[in-house]
Design a protein around this ligand. Structure first.
Ligand SMILES: Cc1ncc(COP(=O)(O)O)c(C=O)c1O
Length: 433
């Protein structure tokens, strides 16, 4: 057991769940063997606590670092504001400059508010939508954070979120009075959307969804939702926390040609520094004045400076086309290696956020084995790849050689589970002791 796993074992005794983010739990990757902690990260190179070196071909800071870790252009802007004071009784002018920049990128939007985390930004946006419409109910598709408003979808024993986030989420601690306020629907299913919409139209505040993520919208789908929400005075809120700043510099909705009423950004907008932005049309955003939403750290300066520098970097370096090309290249690597060895896999996701799954009786065993073998070859790897500006074509070719080798072993091995050096990875939410 390396230093990382030793520390993680201890962490679980003083931090419930071991870490603050489900997606960073080592059990999601390679139980007992994942390095768990890093000492240094630069570009897509990562060093663990034992100074072992890996190349990150997995989630790149769970989607937060599309320019690569410790990007000089962003970090120098952040260091500058730290040297000049990152917190003060007066406000940071950068929050106004960033608002101007975001509105310049999204001409349909007129006002901006900020928070720190993505889910927190979504909670603000939902509050604004409810305040603006005077209605309570919210239709949702996909994952939008951990807050009461969202998790209430699972009250009364339903597992409504299993298709949107993961199975087994118990809404313990969420007030039962929120039951029935959040109504899930599935992406690209117009009939289901219409049915839920029509049944709740009188008390519907917002439709909340990612404009795109795993699949491209079928023809007319987003246009239909836009038309129905607009004609019923329902707020259309796009969650761009993960899809934004991947296909273009700004919201993916611009690439799809649909303007929402509100949109929320976080993650890739600031390359790893905490800030989220809620942008929207004035008529709705001004309802933020009718309710109380206020927090000390929403005014903190480094997030604004990081987001400005990240957006500048996107604009100067054609980052989105690099992310798309890298993602397509990696999907090609998966497909070619699978074909070479007669393995059946399914691929999906928009190119910069690609993933695959093993068509096998024991997909989690396959996934665990893949991660185990790739780690031994110097890669942090799983069945998803979030592209960064620092993934080069040469690097992807070398990763491809390792994938080909591992798929080759998998195709020949009839008893993969016996080849695992630890337990099988977890897929959903589970209590950890
Ligand atoms: C689409 C989407 N919405 C909301 C969130 C929550 O963001 P955060 O983890 O910053 O609270 C995520 C995080 O993965 C996300 O992918």
């Amino acid at each position: 057991m390396g230093k990382g796993q030793e520390l993680y074992k201890y962490a679980k005794t003083i931090i419930p769940g071991g870490t603050q983010l489900l997606s960073k739990r080592p059990e999601q990757f390679l139980p007992n063997l994942w390095p768990a902690y890093y000492s240094r990260a630069k570009g897509c190179d990562v060093w663990d606590l034992d100074n072992n070196h890996y190349i990150d071909f997995s989630y790149m800071g769970i989607g937060a670092c599309s320019l690569g870790y410790a990007c000089d252009a962003v970090d120098s802007a952040v260091k500058k504001v730290i040297d000049n004071g990152s917190m003060c009784t007066l406000n940071a002018a950068e929050e106004v400059f960033l608002a101007e920049k975001l509105l310049g990128l999204h001409p349909w939007a007129e006002m901006v508010r900020y928070a720190k985390a993505g889910g927190e930004g979504m909670a603000l946006a939902v509050r604004i939508a409810r305040a603006a419409t005077g209605r309570d109910k919210v239709m949702i598709c996909g994952y939008h954070g951990w807050h009461d408003w969202y998790l209430s979808a699972n009250i009364a024993g339903s597992d409504s979120l299993s298709a949107h986030l993961l199975a087994g989420l118990d809404p313990a601690g969420v007030p039962k009075g929120l039951h029935g306020t959040v109504l899930p629907f599935h992406y690209n299913n117009i009939e289901e959307f219409d049915s839920v919409f029509d049944q709740n139209i009188d008390d519907l505040a917002a439709v909340v969804m990612e404009p795109v993520r795993n699949d491209m919208p079928v023809e007319g789908y987003l246009e239909h939702i836009r038309e129905r929400t607009a004609s019923s005075g329902v707020v259309l809120l796009f969650d761009e926390i993960t899809a934004g700043f991947r296909l273009n510099c700004g919201g993916s909705h611009m690439a799809l040609g649909i303007d929402p009423d509100l949109a929320v950004f976080a993650k890739s907008m600031s390359n790893g520094y905490p800030v989220s932005a809620i942008i929207g049309i004035e008529d709705i955003m001004k309802a933020a004045q009718d309710t109380f939403m206020s927090s000390t750290f929403w005014t903190e300066r480094t997030g604004f400076a990081a987001a400005m520098a990240t957006i500048d970097f996107f604009q100067k370096n054609d980052v989105e086309n690099h992310l798309i090309a890298a993602g397509e290249h990696v999907v090609d690597v998966w497909k070619v290696a699978a074909k070479n060895h007669g393995l059946e896999i399914h691929t999906g996701g928009i190119a910069p956020l690609s993933h695959f799954s093993f068509a096998h009786d024991e997909p989690l065993v396959c996934k665990t084995f893949f991660t185990q073998e790739m780690l031994q070859r110097g890669y942090l790897a799983t069945t998803a790849f979030y592209a960064s500006f620092t993934h080069t074509a040469d690097m992807i070719d070398r990763y491809g050689e390792a994938v080909d080798e591992v798929f080759g072993i998998m195709a020949k091995e009839p008893n993969l589970v016996s080849c695992l050096e630890g337990p099988v990875c977890q897929s959903g939410f589970q209590r950890l002791n």
